[in-house]
Design a protein around this ligand. Structure first.
Ligand SMILES: NC(=O)c1ccc[n+]([C@@H]2O[C@H](COP(=O)([O-])OP(=O)(O)OC[C@H]3O[C@@H](n4cnc5c(N)ncnc54)[C@H](OP(=O)(O)O)[C@@H]3O)[C@@H](O)[C@H]2O)c1
Length: 321
C-alpha cells in the first residue's frame, strides 16, 4: 500500500510517499481502509520532534514511522477477537497513541473505533476527533463556560480553535480569539467578538481579564497567564512549549490560589466515544467544520508545510482514494 513515511525528525522534506507492506490486523484489531485523514498540529510536532513532549517514546528517532491520527474509513477486515464491527462498516477514530493514518490502510484496536455518525462525510468525520475533543473538554467539561463570561482562546484560528470559538459563543460567552494576522477575519467569521494578532499585540497585560483562557499555543510564563485571569478564572494549557507545561504542572496549583484562580493542564480524553455532544451539534448544523484545504495522500508533506508555516485556517484534510 501507499503511505507517507519518515524515519528521522525534521522538516516535511524528510517525508517520503512510498510503498510499504499492507498491515494485517491482530486479534483485537480492525483493518480500516482510510478514506480521509485530517492533519493536526500534533502531526507537525511529531514530525519536527518539537516541543520536547513530541519525543516521548522516541528520543532520537520517531517511534511511529507513519503519522496521521484522525481517520475516517471503511472496515476491510477484523481480528479474531473483535465483535463490534463488520467489513463494510464506516468508522472513525483519533489514533494519536498508535498513529499510521497517512496511509491507504491502518490497523486500529477495536476499542479506539466508533461507527461513523450517519449523514457525515468521511472528510467531516476525519476533521472532528482530536480538535473536537479538545474544544469540547476545554470549553464545556473543564472550562465550564457560562453565559456572559469572558473567554480568550489562544490559537483560535486553528483546528481546535475553530470548534472552541463556536462552542464558547454557543454558551453565551464574550470571546477573544488570538492568532496570526492571516486568521483574524476567519476568527471573526466563527463568531469571535474580539481578535488579536499575536505577532503585533500581547493579550497578557492589555488590561483585560478573562474567566477562561484556553491555550492551544502556550509560550509564556504561568505567572503571566495568572495575571490575565479574573478572580475565580481558569487557565487551561493544551499545547505549546514544554517549559510552560512544566511551570503549569509545578507551580500552577499554587499560583492564584488566594483569588480562586486555577492553572491546569487539560489532559484531553481522546476517542470518538467522548464526542457525543459535538457530533450532535455538528449534525444539527449548529457547529460548522471548516475545511480550509483538501489534499491527496501523496500531498501530505505539502499540507504539513502549509500548517507549519502558519496558513491553515480551521482544518486540513487528506482524501485517500
Ligand atoms: N493536552 C492534550 O491532551 C492534547 C491532546 C492532543 C493535542 N494537543 C495539542 O493541542 C495543540 C493545538 O492543536 P491544534 O490541532 O488545534 O493546532 P492548530 O490547528 O495548529 O492551531 C493552533 C493555532 O495556534 C496558532 N499559534 C501559534 N503560535 C501562537 C502564538 N504564539 N499565539 C497565538 N496563537 C499561536 C497557530 O498559528 P500559526 O499558524 O501562526 O502557528 C494555529 O493557528 C497542539 O500543540 C497539540 O499537541 C494536546
Amino acid at each position: 500500500m501507499k503511505a507517507v513515511v519518515y524515519t528521522r525528525y525534521g522538516s516535511p522534506d524528510v517525508l517520503r510517499f512510498t510503498d510499504v507492506e499492507k498491515p494485517a490486523p491482530k486479534d483485537n484489531e480492525v483493518l480500516v481502509k482510510v478514506r480521509a485523514v485530517s492533519l493536526n498540529r500534533s502531526d507537525w510536532e511529531a514530525l519536527r520532534g518539537k516541543p520536547a513532549y513530541a519525543r516521548l517514546g522516541g528520543l532520537f528517532r520517531p517511534r511511529h514511522h507513519i503519522l496521521g491520527s484522525d481517520i475516517a474509513g471503511r472496515v476491510e477486515a477484523t481480528g479474531r477477537a473483535t465483535t463490534r464491527f463488520q467489513p463494510g462498516d464506516d468508522v472513525f477514530a483519533d489514533i494519536l497513541s498508535y498513529m499510521g493514518g497517512f496511509a491507504e490502510y491502518v490497523c486500529v484496536p477495536e476499542r479506539a473505533l466508533a461507527p461513523m455518525p450517519a449523514g457525515m462525510s468521511y472528510e467531516e468525520a476525519a476533521a472532528l476527533p482530536q480538535a473536537g475533543a479538545i474544544a469540547l473538554q476545554g470549553i464545556q467539561d473543564k472550562g465550564q463556560v457560562q453565559a456572559g463570561q469572558r473567554v480568550l482562546i489562544n490559537g483560535a484560528g486553528g483546528g481546535s480553535g475553530m470548534y472552541a470559538v463556536q462552542l464558547a459563543k454557543l454558551a453565551g460567552a464574550e470571546v477573544t480569539g488570538v492568532d496570526n494576522a492571516e486568521k483574524l477575519e476567519f476568527m471573526r467569521s466563527l463568531g469571535a467578538d474580539h481578535v488579536i494578532d499575536y505577532t503585533r499585540a500581547d493579550f497578557a497585560g492589555n488590561g483585560r481579564g478573562y474567566d477562561l483562557i484556553l491555550d492551544l499555543a502556550a509560550h509564556r510564563s504561568a505567572r503571566t497567564y495568572q495575571g490575565s485571569l479574573l478572580p475565580g478564572g481558569r487557565y487551561l494549557y493544551v499545547g505549546g512549549s514544554a517549559a510552560t507545561l512544566l511551570q503549569v504542572l509545578l507551580v500552577g496549583p499554587l499560583l492564584g490560589r488566594a483569588e480562586g484562580k486555577k492553572l491546569r493542564l487539560l489532559a484531553v480524553r481522546l476517542g470518538a466515544q467522548h464526542l457525543g455532544p459535538m457530533i450532535a451539534l455538528c449534525r444539527a448544523g449548529t457547529i460548522a467544520t471548516i475545511i480550509d484545504r483538501r489534499y491527496r495522500l501523496g500531498e501530505v508533506p505539502e499540507a504539513l508545510r502549509y500548517l507549519g508555516e502558519g496558513h491553515a485556517k480551521g482544518k486540513l484534510v487528506a482524501i485517500v482514494d
